[in-house]
Design a protein around this ligand. Structure first.
Ligand code: SF4
Length: 379
C-alpha cells in the first residue's frame, strides 16, 4: 500500500484542549482534563495494528515524529517518555527529529527539560500574539507573560531547534500591532517561525460571529501588507523563507513538514489524523470519543481513504511544489504564464531551469496553481 518506500514519518494527534479558540476547526475534545490513559491506549493499539500490516514498512529508527493537536502539552512532562515507550524508541531508535507542539499555559522549565531528556529535539510553541486583548479575543488561555515564560523555557532546555507560531490578518477592531509582535518574538531569537493568516472556517464560533455581523474580518489589503512586511523583515533578519508560512535559520527547517510537502509517505495516528501511503490518502474517525471507544472495544472502523492519482495527483504535486522555495522546473509552465508571473513579480528565477513564487505569488498560491495546472497535468 505504501509502494516500495518505507514510511519514515509519523504524526500523532493529541486532541485535548482546555478551551476552544474562536477560530479553531481542528479535531479537538474540550475539557479541563485530558483523557490521557485512553489516548495512550488507543494510539498504542493503532500503532500496533499498522506494525502488523504486511504491506506497510517503517524505517528504524523513524526519521521524524510530530505530536500535534489540540494541546499535546496538556499531557504534561510524562508525555515524551510514554510515547517513546509506545513507539519503542529504545537503544538508538530515537527519530532524528521529534517535535511536540506546546501551548504557553502548559509549558514551563520542568516540562521542556523532561521532554529534552526523553529525546524530544524540537518544540513548536503556539504563541499567536503577545497582545493581551488579542489573546483574549482569540480565546487563548495564556497572556503575554506566559508566552515569554514558554519561549524562555524552550530556549534553555537545550532542544536542537524550536519554533514559534504567530497569527496575522486579525480584525482591525482588536488593535493588534503586528510589527510590535514581530519585534517581541525576535528578541528571543527563535530558530524557526511559522506565520498563519486568520481564516474564517465554517462551523467555528468565529464564523458565527462574522455571520451575525459582530466581527468584520481584516480587509485583504491589511492581510497582504502584514504578510509582506513579515517576509521582508524576517529575510533581513537572516531567516530563509522556505515555504509559504515557514521561516528558518540555517539548518532549522522542519524536516517533518518537508515530508508532507515533498509527497513522501507518512502515517498519522489518533482521531482525525491523515496518512499518505502513496497513492492512498487515509483519514481517521474525527470525533475523539468515537475513535477512543472503537479502539477500546477492539472494533476500530477502517480509516476512510481516497486514491490520489492522475489529474488530482498532478494538481496536488504542483501546489506542493509551488509552495516551497525550490519551486518548479520552468518547463512545467506555459511560456505565457511564466512571463506573466515574472513580469508581475509573482515569481522569480530559482536557477537556470527553475522558477519559484515570491511572497507576492504565495499570497495567491491557489489561483496560480489552477492557472498553471493545465500545462503541468500534461508535462
Ligand atoms: S489551542 Fe489550538 S487546537 Fe486547541 S482550540 Fe486553540 S487553536 Fe484549536
Amino acid at each position: 500500500m505504501s509502494g516500495s518506500h518505507p514510511v519514515g514519518s509519523l504524526y500523532l494527534h493529541v486532541p485535548f484542549c482546555a478551551r476552544q479558540c474562536g477560530y479553531c476547526d481542528f479535531a479537538i475534545s474540550v475539557g479541563r482534563r485530558a483523557d490521557a490513559e485512553a489516548w495512550y491506549g488507543a494510539v498504542a493499539q493503532e500503532w500496533r495494528r499498522w506494525r502488523e500490516d504486511a504491506d506497510v514498512h517503517f524505517t528504524r529508527p523513524l526519521e521524524t515524529v510530530y505530536l500535534g493537536g489540540g494541546t499535546p502539552s496538556m499531557l504534561g512532562s510524562d508525555l515524551a517518555l510514554r510515547v517513546a515507550e509506545i513507539l519503542d524508541f529504545s537503544a538508538g531508535a530515537t527519530p532524528s527529529e521529534w517535535t511536540i507542539e506546546v501551548n504557553p499555559e502548559s509549558c514551563d522549565d520542568a516540562l521542556t527539560r523532561a521532554w529534552a531528556s526523553a529525546g524530544v529535539s524540537r518544540v513548536s510553541i503556539g504563541v499567536q500574539s503577545f497582545h493581551e486583548p488579542t489573546l483574549t479575543w482569540m480565546g487563548r488561555l495564556h497572556g503575554s507573560q506566559g508566552a515569554e515564560t514558554a519561549l524562555t523555557a524552550a530556549k534553555r532546555a537545550g532542544f536542537a531547534s524550536w519554533s514559534v507560531d504567530l497569527m496575522f490578518g486579525l480584525p482591525g477592531h482588536i488593535g493588534r500591532d503586528w510589527r510590535a509582535d514581530l519585534d517581541r518574538v525576535l528578541r528571543f531569537e527563535p530558530p524557526h517561525l511559522s506565520l498563519y493568516g486568520l481564516s474564517v472556517e465554517e462551523g467555528t464560533p468565529l464564523a458565527r460571529r462574522v455571520a451575525w455581523g459582530q466581527v468584520r474580518p481584516a480587509p485583504d489589503e491589511r492581510y497582504r501588507e502584514e504578510y509582506l512586511y513579515a517576509a521582508e523583515r524576517l529575510r533581513a533578519e537572516g531567516y530563509e523563507h522556505y515555504e509559504v508560512s515557514s521561516f528558518a535559520r540555517e539548518g532549522h527547517r522542519s524536516r517533518h513538514n518537508q515530508v508532507y510537502w515533498s509527497g513522501r509517505p507518512y502515517l498519522g495516528l489518533g482521531n482525525g489524523a491523515h496518512s499518505f501511503l502513496p497513492p492512498w490518502r487515509h483519514w481517521n474517525e474525527r470525533v475523539w470519543p468515537d475513535y477512543r471507544d472503537a479502539w477500546a472495544s477492539g472494533t476500530p472502523r477502517p480509516a476512510e481513504r481516497e486514491c490520489i492519482d492522475g489529474e488530482a495527483a498532478a494538481l496536488e504535486r504542483l501546489w506542493l511544489d509551488l509552495r516551497r522555495i525550490e519551486g518548479i522546473e520552468r518547463a512545467r509552465l506555459e511560456s505565457a504564464v511564466l512571463e506573466r508571473w515574472q513580469a508581475s513579480g509573482l515569481a522569480e528565477s530559482a536557477g537556470h531551469d527553475r522558477i519559484r513564487l515570491t511572497p507576492n505569488g504565495w499570497l495567491v498560491l491557489d489561483e496560480l496553481t489552477v492557472e498553471a495546472s493545465h500545462r503541468a497535468a500534461t508535462a
